[in-house]
Design a protein around this ligand. Structure first.
Ligand SMILES: [Zn+2]
Length: 163
């Protein structure tokens, strides 16, 4: 059976969150909170995910977004590889809450709760139900409700208790 090189590699790699950009301290904190989010949101996927976080200056200014999350292995129904971009020039709490927010989206994709529909750019599937992005306000999109609802608590628990 042919196995692509990457998948062989992934079976024994330990580190699953890598961070690039910005400074050493911000990279270390982003990695730590992302790993905390895996523990809290998807403990059974620990060791099975490959997440690249890029800390990028002025993303809000340039693209009007604090962060985003892309699946790198789009063909899989339950993807395991993700690229996250986060604005590194926000204040520190906002930056780390953005990492938490995007990690909630990782959980949604990895568990198959949220699926992009290849047939339509304007629709997503959420827990089996089609949601039209054109007629559903950003803050009414169920995956955003969950991500905004959890970003603060994930951050607070990471800061104060480590739980
Ligand atoms: Zn979001």
């Amino acid at each position: 059976m042919y196995k692509p090189r990457n998948s062989c590699y992934n079976t024994y790699r330990i580190s699953m969150v890598s961070v690039t950009g910005s400074g050493k301290n911000k990279r270390a904190m982003a990695k730590s909170i992302a790993e905390h989010c895996i523990d809290k949101l998807m403990p059974r996927l620990k060791g099975k995910l490959d997440i690249n976080i890029s800390l990028i200056p002025r993303l809000i200014e340039n693209e009007s977004l604090a962060g985003d999350c892309e699946r790198d292995d789009e063909s899989r129904a339950r993807p395991r590889e993700f690229s996250i971009r986060v604005d590194s020039t926000q204040d520190l709490q906002a930056m780390l809450e953005t990492v938490s927010h995007e990690m909630v989206h990782v959980k949604q994709y990895a568990r198959g709760e949220l699926k992009d529909l290849p047939s339509s750019e304007h629709c997503c599937k959420w827990k089996g139900k089609t949601v039209n992005l054109n007629s559903t306000h950003y803050y009414d999109q169920p995956w955003e409700i969950e991500a905004h609802g959890r970003e603060r608590g994930l951050f607070v628990r990471w800061v104060f208790t480590g739980e």
